[in-house]
Design a protein around this ligand. Structure first.
Ligand SMILES: [Zn+2]
Length: 468
């Protein structure tokens, strides 16, 4: 077990049962703990605060919600449900309510999980004001009395929505953003796992820079990397609406969620599947071979076919940041199956996640980031086909016909108009397969890499010559 991973698991054990409703003391407590943990490793987290009522484009920040006490009792005082035993027993953002209600009325306000008879469901009503309790289906089915006593002592008051941000500055102010949400009371996989894997990715990136600094102080990653830890949806809207000048420089991003359960990785494209970030991450995902660790191969799907989350706010009109998402989802939404069996229930506990899966997800994300750093236009120093034998790079087609063909297919696209990801996407092969050839050609002085297009087509050069 690496030190980082034991930090991840320790934090999960400490934080998972907190009442992490979107604007709440429990959420703040978790965020402050993560900030302190990073500070102990010499890393800093900025905490942005947005007060209740603050406009965020078409939204506004909700009030802070606290549930002080809640229970359901029989009229002779037998307690059936108690918020003190599990935070999911009360609908998140439930109105306060106290009184004796008929069985029929109670059932309108008592939610059970549609698939898991022994689990308490996660139900939230952030914007449609009502009171509600949650129980197992088994308990709900056992209610036969005429009337019951309900007590929900909840309160709404001004507070601040908090977004944690960790930044690793690169050579460029163009950034790549990782996002995960810290809300959801007493659940783990959705989405403490995304938060902690994201933090571990940032730790690993920082560690690399420190290594590089000792060798060469000029070295930095090209892109600036940001990790945002926030409450779902409203947190993304609050951050983006208060950082509009930053948006044009966000080149792309990856939303992280559900990374501890026993399912293969699923990579979901952004709203702009032809963006460089999409092409790059998609081709790199193919080359990272995540199925080596699992019986089922990792898979990819178009925007909004695997999971819906904060990536929607980044992809939306007026923002249009190509943000993909990485999760472990059993099957696409079209199958009608839940993302994982324990989704949005009291069974989403530390028992369903493992250290190996968190580490594998972290390593996969680092591999995707490596590809993103390397994705540049390949500019030819050569004209015509390369005399491969002369450079010692010829692949004998009689011995390796596929390798021979691939070398030529990649070489003929090295024209300053295609990135590594463009070529991988056109040839339907992995990013890494193209990178291997590109790096070989570069080592022979035959190509160079450019962050911007640099066409070597003589017609383009004439066309682009300034008018006299
Ligand atoms: Zn959720």
């Amino acid at each position: 077990m690496t030190d980082h991973t034991s930090i991840m698991l320790n934090l999960i054990n400490d934080l998972w049962f907190l009442k992490r409703d979107i604007v709440s003391d429990g959420y703040d407590q978790a965020l402050f703990r993560l900030r302190d943990e990073l500070a102990a490793s010499g890393l800093s987290m900025i905490i942005h605060e947005y007060p209740s009522g603050e406009p965020c484009w078409t939204w506004k920040v909700p009030e802070k919600w606290t549930c002080h006490e809640a229970f359901l009792e029989t009229l002779d005082g037998r307690r059936l449900i108690d918020y003190a035993a599990h935070p999911l027993h009360v609908v998140s953002y439930s109105l306060p309510f106290e009184g004796v209600v008929s069985r029929e009325e109670l059932l309108h306000h008592l939610y059970a999980h549609p698939r898991l008879p022994d689990a308490v469901p996660f139900v939230f009503k952030y914007y449609d004001r009502d009171w509600g309790l949650c129980a197992t289906q088994n308990l709900r089915d056992s209610l036969t009395d005429e009337a019951y006593r309900v007590v929900i002592r909840s309160s709404f008051e001004p507070g601040t929505l908090k977004v944690g941000e960790m930044i690793i500055p690169g050579q460029s102010k163009q950034s790549f953003v990782l996002v995960a949400h810290l809300c959801h009371p007493a659940m783990v996989n959705d989405d403490l796992t995304g938060v902690l894997v994201g933090m571990d990715v940032m730790r690993a990136l920082i560690a690399r820079i420190s290594d590089l600094q000792s060798a060469n102080r000029e070295q930095r990653m090209y892109y600036t990397y940001r990790l945002l830890i926030l409450p779902e949806t409203i947190g993304s809207v609050a951050y983006l609406s208060h950082h509009e000048p930053l948006i044009p420089d966000i080149k792309g991003g990856l939303f992280l969620e559900m990374l501890g359960n026993d399912s293969p990785h699923a990579l979901q494209s952004s709203f702009q599947p032809d963006s460089q970030v999409d092409r790059c991450l998609s081709a790199a995902f193919r080359g990272l071979d995540p199925h080596r660790l699992y019986s089922t191969a990792g898979y990819q799907g178009p925007y909004r076919t695997i999971i819906d989350n904060d990536e929607r706010q980044f992809n939306a009109p007026g923002v249009r940041v190509p943000m993909l998402s990485l999760s472990r989802v059993e099957a696409p939404k079209s199958t009608g199956r839940p993302p994982y069996p324990e989704y949005h229930s009291s069974l989403d506990t530390p028992a369903i996640i493992t250290q190996e899966r968190l580490e594998a997800s972290r390593d996969l994300i680092l591999g995707l980031i490596d590809a993103h750093e390397r994705n540049q236009y390949i500019v030819n120093n050569f004209k015509g086909e390369i005399f491969c034998s002369g450079y010692g790079i010829w692949i004998d087609y009689r011995v390796n016909p596929q390798g021979h063909r691939r070398l030529f297919e990649i070489m003929e696209r090295c024209d300053g108009e295609h990135t590594v990801a463009d070529i991988a996407s056109a040839l339907d092969i992995s990013f890494q397969a193209v990178w291997e050839i590109a790096a070989l050609l570069e080592s022979k002085g035959l190509v160079w890499f450019s962050r911007t297009p640099h066409s070597t087509d003589p017609k383009n050069r004439i066309a682009k010559a300034p008018n006299p």
